[in-house]
Design a protein around this ligand. Sequence first.
Ligand code: BTN
Length: 321
Amino acid sequence: MPISVLKLLSATEFRSGEEISQRLGLSRASVHNLVERARELGVEIHAVRGKGYRLAEPYSWLAGERLAAASPRGFNVLLHQEVDSTNSLLLGLAQQGQDHKSVLVAEWQSGGRGRRGRSWFSSLGAGLTFSLLWRFNRPLTALSGLSLAIGVALARGLSALDLAGVKVKWPNDILVDGRKLAGILIETHGDMLSAATAVIGIGINVRARPDALGTADYAAVAVEEVLGRQLDRNELLLRLLAELDEVLKTFDLYGFAPFRDEWQQLHVWQDKPVCVLGSGSAPIEGIALGVDEAGILQVATADGVRAIHSGEVSLRARAAG
Ligand code: BTN
């Protein structure tokens, strides 16, 4: 992974290949290969013969020392440079007894997963990808609405960082201006009746990249694009963990109900005409009334109110006319 090299590069001055190879104890050829690899992963690096390498723009690399600021709240942040998927790795660790409130954050995911078998991709340094292990006191059967509550936590954290116009889309996308900013993938472990363990995976587009952001079937937007400035990804993660802590503690005690009003205020299609597409079933058209206390979407159709359960459907704004 080229992070060790990237951490030595600056956006303001050139660093010679010689200096980098000495600092890292690597051959010049290895430094060259790592720079090439970083470019392949989406980092723009200028190289000038006789001067060396310079980053095209500053990056905030994830820093274990800074992320340790989450430990007073009981989080145990595990920083990995490269993983297949933070969710997959943390699920495996959860099965081996990994602690409650472990957070696995990766600079790079080679096989990031989205919902419904899609993949989740971010360029190196341009996304924030992490998973949080939460051991609930309630059973799996009482986790209904969890992804919506997580959406509220993310919206709170992003708004606290001055991001305007953050909305939620049922069941678990974060949008700005109708474009996808972040996605949530929750995977659970345990049987139906004993206390549930969830791995809550969150992927956020932080910096816009010309190549695909997030999942390819949505128009995407990035945090820095909305903010109009650069944002330290360590600061973003710490802010989100603080909000997730509050929300998950409340959720464990009371479920989704305390978040329902706030969620509906953030709901991008609240009281608007929608079309719900189920797999294999006919589309349902109606007005999105919001969600009930379990987070189940309520749609007023010509045949009465229909309850739409999480995970079964996708939702699109109804075409005009
Ligand atoms: C979606 O919108 O489809 C959900 C995307 C979730 C992506 C995150 S990135 C961190 C965690 N690890 C994964 O492999 N996926 C989730």
